[in-house]
Design a protein around this ligand. Sequence first.
Ligand SMILES: C[S@@+](CC[C@H](N)C(=O)[O-])C[C@H]1O[C@@H](n2cnc3c(N)ncnc32)[C@H](O)[C@@H]1O
Length: 442
Amino acid sequence: MTQGLFGQVEMNRCSPVPVGRRDYLTYRGNVAVGRHGWLRLTPAYSLALVRELLKDSGPDELVLEPFSGTGTTPLACATLGIRCHAVEINPFLVWLGNLKLTRFDKGTDRALLAAASGIAENARDPDAVEWRPALHQIEKWWDAPTLHALAALCKGIRRQFRKRAPGVSDLLRVAFCRVMIRTANVSFGHQSMSFKKKDDGEEDQLIRETSARCARRVTDAFLAAAREVAESLSVDPPGAEARVLPGDSRHLHSVLPERGYTAVITSPPYPNRMSYIRELRPYMYWLGFLSDGRAAGELDWRAIGGTWGCATSMLNTWTPDGRNGIPFPHFDRIIRDIGKGHALLGRYVHKYFEDIRGHIEGLRSVLAPGARCHYIVGNSKFYDTMLPVEGIYAALFEDAGFANVRVATIRKRTSKKELYEFIVHAHMPHGGKSCHPLFLVP
Ligand SMILES: C[S@@+](CC[C@H](N)C(=O)[O-])C[C@H]1O[C@@H](n2cnc3c(N)ncnc32)[C@H](O)[C@@H]1O
């Protein structure tokens, strides 16, 4: 049993302990906390969770986050004065993570507000702006006047990029993203984005709103967003060196600049077919990180668990590594059962765990003896087949020679009764397979 932030949870291996939703352990716990709240992107865990896992850290702690996402772990570490290196495959998230970790000069907030008001003023001028991001069916995302106003803001920010210090132009882009997503015709469900259905009243309002009024509404929202970003800069600023490195966490050895990481805190992608590229595409197209659908699918294919766009057809020709099975009882049967519903899904889950196995095996070359690993993972269900993700992670850690492997249920994920989130804890052995008592999970 363990107490604390997570409440009282029993350590177990494969069956979830009934616990509630505990939204404070998700990104919802971060939205009001300075830079953590800039954008709501990939599913993230909370700052409070990272702090709890690091509460007994000493001065020599060096944390690794192999799946950085929105950068919760490196930012939490940096504000606690703990060094951290994170790895992320998506270039947009690398950019955003490093921006959150920047120690800005005094006066950056004032420079940001001055630049934002110049851009807003110019964007109110209804001159035509030709450029549009090549986002598929962009008219489903924004009506024409809003799109026009956003394009004008974007053009102004690009001009600023040449004039201003890089920090200010990057922060202007964050303010732009906040407005761009707030004005989009989308809603975010528990897992992914969908288009909102407009009712007749909304259509009427759009027809009545002139381009000039729309431009004012959007530029006012941009100024408000710039103020929010400026205010966030002084909240818990980063105190220690932390950064996000671009790269693939299946090849940590070649990505990381150091060895001897003392702790890993992360949540890898879940095997639930959620595509980070699909979810992030409006940001990535507007900011120039993506310019066509092919590149989007290829990036998703490089990510663990990606199946969007052309990644789907690439998965169709993927074959498992025949030499090494996944060391979990009945894994092959589970894959066959999932594949009965849809052959591609069976292959998807199989590839996911082969990738995760490669990642876990690679950890051994970069961790310090006794290093603690904390993996937040969620289970999945495909048709009638439960996928015990937490148990398979535990088995992969044990197979890779990690010691003291434990699973704790931390929260219920959705209204579906079987879906939970877990922490899989494991320790890098001290030479052999045994573990120093200091590093034992309480
Ligand atoms: C669940 S999110 C991480 C959330 C993060 N812990 C947070 O709190 O923001 C998983 C991340 O892993 C990244 N990813 C997927 N495959 C990767 C790989 N092979 N190497 C590095 N990052 C990868 C995805 O782009 C995504 O941002």
